[in-house]
Design a protein around this ligand. Structure first.
Ligand SMILES: [Zn+2]
Length: 261
């Protein structure tokens, strides 16, 4: 199964890393809708309504939802291959709007009132079920990191493929989500701080490199891809040798990366 990293940055986009957005093209499913969403149309298999799962309401995970109409429009235009004229533009706009309005945005009851007013166009807002059925015989479950905060993580399981998405939280040996991500094939995990800035974890509610590697090892994940990098000029590359001593299958994510899991 393929995962495409459309945006591996956090906070604000940079030339190298747009903000959080991860796409499963076979299922037309997005995890978060940060600015990386602008790259979506070139990876869509067909112009069909997306299923979008949001981890929380922050702009670096939701701003890209404003690009949904344009993404559908571009995909429809690419598929039509006909001339662009007044009639086709109107038709493409109508069809893009239909897809936009059918886009299912899955959120918790806490997120819904904060997010819905931010979008002036209708979307199909859906409250997350404890277990969501996914195409291909899969299921998606979610888990809170901290009952006092809104951020949630996701685990997606299909026969023979599993993925966990953990962002905007603090990796630690006591993390309550460890059992939720146990044995996962691919773990995408926040890595917003280099080890030499790990003292800031509690202040900014993010994870540092070696702590993430320890979480991956403790959870028995098979592969770890680091994401949600900090745009403040705090690279994590120097930490990779130490992280790989803890968990050898550690890789930094990068925008445009395609991963089979
Ligand atoms: Zn974030």
């Amino acid at each position: 199964m393929k995962l495409i990293l459309l945006g591996t940055g956090g906070f604000v986009p940079t030339d190298e890393a747009q903000t959080a957005c991860y796409f499963l093209p076979e299922h037309n499913l997005l995890l978060d809708g940060g600015t990386g969403l602008y790259r979506l149309s070139r990876h869509m298999q067909s112009a069909a309504p997306l299923e979008v799962y949001l981890s929380h309401t922050h702009g670096d995970h939701t701003t890209g939802l404003h690009y949904l109409f344009g993404s559908y429009f571009k995909k429809l235009a690419d598929e039509s291959a006909g001339p662009v004229n007044e009639a086709s533009l109107n038709d493409l706009s109508r069809r893009a709007n239909e897809l936009l309005n059918q886009t299912r945005i899955h959120v918790t009851a806490e997120m819904l009132p904060k997010l819905k007013p931010q979008f002036s166009f209708p979307l199909d807002w859906c409250l997350l079920e404890a277990t969501e059925s996914l195409p291909g015989g899969g299921k998606l479950t979610y888990f809170a990191f901290d009952p006092a905060r809104e951020e949630i993580g996701f685990r997606l399981d299909w026969p023979g493929h599993s993925l966990a998405y953990v962002t905007d939280t603090i990796a630690s040996p006591e993390a309550a989500y460890l059992d939720k991500i146990a044995g996962v094939d691919l773990l995408l995990h926040d890595c917003n701080l280099p080890d030499n800035k790990s003292r800031l974890e509690r202040t900014i509610n993010h994870s540092s490199t070696s702590a993430v590697a320890r979480v991956a090892a403790q959870a028995g994940a098979k592969r770890l891809i680091l994401i949600h990098f900090n745009p403040m000029g705090w690279p994590i590359e120097a930490d990779l040798p130490a992280a790989r001593k803890i968990f050898p299958a550690t890789e930094p994510g990068r925008d445009g990366m395609e991963v089979e899991f």
